[in-house]
Design a protein around this ligand. Structure first.
Ligand code: OOG
Ligand code: NI
Length: 425
């Protein structure tokens, strides 16, 4: 029997991210407002050529168990998303470690740049052993995939790709993993105990699935978009995470509207009890040049200096601007000093496609309600995360080096591959 026509993973991802965006706009209407605001600030009123300029660049989920990580890795593989990088959020007081499931080819990024920052809860960081066991038992009973999704995953794996005829069904079933559950899986007292341990623990353990906690469109001018959010009364974070505004943007800048306090129902002996949960928000991002290991080390050093100044009472924007004066800000100097990756033979920087642990921790903390723990936790272990995933995460620096024509990977670059990044500011 001839094999079915396989769906193109990149095209399937474009469909999936569009469906996910529609679902999230319906679930969180303020996110729809944010998308509209970003669309307005991205282009002058007269120019509405590129309707999808602000197409979502990423979303995020938080998982409870190793089995869930393996499951979403299988789902993401069908969508052409691969785990890149390891992020340990524990030093910033957030009990997770994470990777980014993202496209790794220029073609894939051009067709659909959507990716998912995926975190795994580190239950071992709950101090109270009884509570820890209770949480583990709840998570071990939960199944985040529908039976039909499990069938489709098995089919895709057996056939070496999802049959095109099953694409609609796959998108619909995959959406279920990411949807919001208004009724919690635990009663109100247990929710309160888990939240007291850490708000993130409650967010992961107390619901039937790893609801999408935000989506993030691209903005062309994040400072203007942040100002517009404030004007619209959208309650943005007070400061933009990441590097300051520059002539040559580097890495990633992001900000969000603060997570909403949403109504939920807790099951109980006397029926359902009304309560609230705070987890979901909307974010915007602007990306710049990918930095070499040397550039990244300089970034990390300057960021630490800026944070120290802020802790000493300096205003955030002043402190970052002053400190980052020490980071060259023209293509020539960046190239000469070997601080950023460039397309071979051009002064055109390669776009950063990954995340920043300090910024990510800032995003987590400002969206976890008021109980912001800032103390450092025991460091995570990449090896443990990879064992849970059942695979090694890819090295983002090697991907950029290959793109820049350095080393082994360069041999595999296709000279005719479309440039997905040429449209970036
Ligand atoms: C993920 C936070 C990290 C980003 O943009 O850095 C992130 C989360 O809150 O689950 O999405
Ligand atoms: Ni994000």
């Amino acid at each position: 029997m001839p094999h079915a026509v396989p769906a193109d993973p990149d095209a399937l991802r474009a469909r999936f991210s569009e469906a996910l965006s529609a679902m999230y706009r319906q679930e969180v209407p303020l996110y729809g407002d944010l998308l509209a605001l970003v669309a307005r600030t991205n282009r002058p009123a007269s120019d509405d050529q590129d309707h999808r300029l602000e197409v979502e660049r990423h979303g995020a989920i938080r998982l409870g168990t190793e089995a869930e990580l393996v499951l979403v890795a299988r789902l993401f593989a069908v969508l052409g998303l691969h785990p890149v990088g390891y992020y340990d959020l524990a030093p910033a007081g957030v009990p997770v470690h994470s990777t980014a499931f993202r496209p790794i080819t220029a073609r894939g990024l051009a067709i659909s740049p959507f990716r998912v920052f995926t975190s795994l809860l580190r239950l071992e960081l709950i101090a109270d052993p009884a509570l820890r066991e209770e949480a583990a038992a709840i998570l071990s009973r939960r199944c985040i995939a529908t039976p039909r999704l499990l069938e489709l995953l098995a089919l895709a794996e057996a056939e070496g790709g999802l049959p095109e005829a099953d694409a609609d069904a796959f998108v619909a079933e995959a959406l279920h993993v990411f949807r919001w559950h208004r009724t919690a899986a635990v009663d109100a007292p247990l929710y309160a105990r888990l939240k007291a341990a850490h708000p993130l623990v409650a967010d992961v353990v107390c619901f039937r699935g790893p609801h999408l906690n935000h989506l993030t469109p691209r903005t062309r001018d994040i400072d203007a978009a942040q100002a517009a959010m404030r004007e619209a009364g959208m309650n943005p974070k007070p400061a933009i995470e990441g590097p300051p505004r520059r002539q040559v943007p580097i890495l990633l800048r992001q900000t969000s509207f603060q997570a909403l306090e949403e109504p939920v129902l807790f099951p109980g002996p006397g029926g359902e009890a009304a309560g609230t949960h705070t987890a979901r928000f909307g974010e915007i991002e602007q990306r710049g040049a990918a930095l070499t290991p040397e550039g990244r080390a300089l970034y990390d050093r300057l960021l630490a200096q800026a944070q120290a100044a802020i802790a000493d009472g300096a205003p955030h924007d002043d402190a970052t601007r002053r400190t980052f004066a020490g980071f060259p800000d023209d293509p020539g100097s960046l190239h000469e000093a070997g601080l950023a990756f460039f397309r071979p033979g051009t002064p055109e920087p390669i776009l950063y496609e990954d995340f920043l642990p300090v910024s990510a921790a800032g995003i987590f903390r400002s969206n976890l309600g008021h109980d912001n723990k800032t103390g450092g936790l025991a460091a995570g272990e990449r090896a443990r995360f990879e064992a849970a995933l059942g695979a090694k995460v890819l090295d983002e620096m090697a991907l950029y080096a290959a793109e820049a024509g350095e080393g082994q990977g360069a041999a595999h670059r296709s000279a005719s591959s479309p440039d997905p990044l040429g449209t970036e500011p």
